[in-house]
Design a protein around this ligand. Structure first.
Ligand code: UD1
Ligand code: PEP
Length: 515
């Protein structure tokens, strides 16, 4: 239920509720809080009922006394969630198309002089950031309908000097402009890539992969300065130093307009890479080996076609929804799940005792990706015998790993979750402790989780990373009592209306903003 502030009475009532929640979480009575504030219990009572005018000075004192920022001033747009946990979920929910294919396809649309229409694009902040950057460069876009079909029309000449650096710096995906831009631009600057704070995450593999196409990049004062010698087919196969998703996509986009054959080895065969290849094939680029780690690409020097493409559904969103069912011990059906990219996850969950039913498979609108409806049934889970760790596709997806930490907290026994890739993401999982989980950080990459958990409500500020933030939200659905999750904007980077959609399944979540 979206919830906006209105009259002064509204403000006071809502602030009062926040204070009451925070006080209860600290285990204080109204009288104890009153004593710390040097006021009476009846004054605290009036404050909590929204019947007392509050000065900023008083609000600050309450915040200090409760060690909780009740309202934050000067943070326009910060959104928070209040979750009344313990409700069972029911019904079915459609998986939206993926963030990661969405951003790759937006970058790839720069390769095409014609009009690109992308169907059912996830309307998320990561997509908005790339659209802002594209628009600043002269690309026109418009949302065509309520299905989120998106039309993109490039200009005759891109205005690279006009690039929206603020938007670009907020996303890592901007790095995927290098591949498309190197074709027509002998020199250009791109702002440094940003995004979630997951620790060191270099772009060196991108530089190594694109050098054989004639691209040289110097990093100076906040920008990558790129210079390109006339792009030619690489003289040898490109061997990626790591099987990363966006680096593979960059190499594919560089190869897509090269008049000749490029071979890419150690390519990622993950879902977003496949969507990119299917889109480029529609544009006339010849790509062999889609879904494998060796790609053979025969480029088209000029691509000028009106094209219509429908990216596939998001395996990470599907995993998030499966986790919502597991943690709340509910029966829900996750429809349009890209089963092809969830098979290892489901095999591990089955070993842990999860009961689920699968529908017949059917193709996604891209005509390729296998989808199915997954009905998750309430199950008693046990910890897996072996540690859980990610691998490039077809391994367990790295972005799904945080959900396994939460699932492990619901299972009987101890589970080791090993994120060997990101330097920081596992650390954020220890925030689950605030809701009653027993998570021990073994080192920055490994957490040991002891389940099952008796979840209890708490107030948590979202960690600065998408998946850990969602994991905490999902744990709050299971936690009896009221929880508050602050600064949830990080979730909007990758999920469209997640709180509202969980609400339709029966979750009790209120959305509120800062004063
Ligand atoms: C927009 C997009 O598509 N983002 C996805 C993409 O990001 P992206 O492709 O940008 O991932 P990175 O390049 O950051 O790679 C992830 C991390 O893996 C390390 N690494 C990767 C491959 C490998 O073989 N060895 C290795 O060590 C990298 O050094 C890095 O620390 O892939 C990540 C890993 O699947 C996902 O979390 C992101 O959601
Ligand atoms: C880390 C992620 O993505 P990005 O590459 O957009 O930061 C993610 O999707 O969890």
């Amino acid at each position: 239920m979206p919830d906006t502030f209105g009259s002064t009475e509204d403000y006071l009532r809502r602030i009062g509720t926040l204070i009451r929640d925070a006080r209860k979480h600290r285990g204080l009575t109204q009288a104890q809080l009153a004593e710390t504030l040097g006021t009476s219990q009846s004054a605290v009572n009036r404050i909590e009922r929204g019947q007392q005018n509050l000065s900023i000075e008083m609000l600050t004192r309450v915040s200090d006394a409760l060690d909780s920022q009740i309202v934050s001033l000067g943070q326009p747009g910060a959104m928070h969630l209040r979750v009344h946990g313990g409700a069972k979920l029911s019904g079915s929910i459609d998986v939206k198309t993926s963030k990661n294919a969405g951003v790759a396809l937006l970058c790839a649309s720069l390769l095409n002089r014609g009009r690109t229409v992308l169907r059912r694009v996830a309307r998320i902040e990561e997509v908005n950031r790339i659209l802002e950057v594209l628009e600043s460069m002269g690309v026109r876009y418009r949302w065509l309908n309520s299905d989120n079909d998106l039309e993109i029309v490039p200009p005759v000449q891109l205005k690279l000097d006009n690039i929206n650096a603020a938007a670009a710096r907020r996303t890592r995906s901007i790095i995927m402009f290098l591949g498309p831009l190197l074709h027509d631009h002998p020199s250009f600057a791109l702002p440094y890539a940003g995004g979630c704070d997951l620790g060191t995450r270099t772009v060196e593999p991108h530089m190594i992969a694109l050098r054989p196409f004639g691209l040289e990049v110097k990093a100076t004062s906040g920008d990558y300065h790129a210079t390109v010698n006339a792009p030619t087919p690489p003289s040898r196969p490109i061997v990626l130093t790591e099987r990363g998703d966006t680096v593979t996509e960059n190499a594919i986009m560089a190869a897509a307009r090269i008049d000749g054959i490029t071979i890419i080895r150690n390519a990622s065969s993950n879902y977003m890479v496949q969507d990119l290849c299917f889109y480029l094939q529609k544009l006339g680029v010849d790509i062999e080996g889609v879904g494998t780690t060796t790609l053979k690409i025969h480029g088209q020097p000029i691509i000028d076609r009106d094209v219509d493409y429908a990216p596939a559904e998001d395996p990470i969103e599907a995993m998030s929804l499966i986790t919502a069912a597991i943690v709340t011990e509910s029966k829900i059906t996750v429809t349009r799940a890209p089963i092809e990219f969830l098979e290892i996850e489901l095999a591990v969950l089955q070993e842990m005792g999860l009961k689920y039913e699968l529908s017949e498979e059917y193709p996604a609108a891209n005509g390729h990706t296998r989808l199915a409806d997954i009905t998750v049934l309430p199950s008693v889970l046990r910890a897996p015998i072996d540690k859980i760790h990610p691998m490039p596709f077809p391994g367990l997806n790295l972005d799904n790993l945080p959900f396994f930490a939460l699932i492990a907290a619901c299972a009987n026994g101890a589970t080791l979750v090993h994120d060997w890739v990101y330097e920081k993401r596992a650390i954020y999982l220890t925030e689950l402790d605030k809701l009653g989980a027993r998570v021990s950080l073994m080192d920055p990459h490994r957490v040991r989780i002891e389940g099952p958990t008796h979840w209890s409500g708490a107030e948590v500020i979202c960690p600065p990373a998408l998946r850990p933030a969602v994991v905490i939200l999902l744990a709050m659905l299971a936690a009896k009592g009221t929880s508050v999750l602050r600064n949830v904007n990080v979730i909007h980077r990758g999920y469209e209306q997640l709180a509202e959609r969980l609400g339709k399944l029966g979750a009790q979540i209120e959305i509120f903003g800062d004063v």
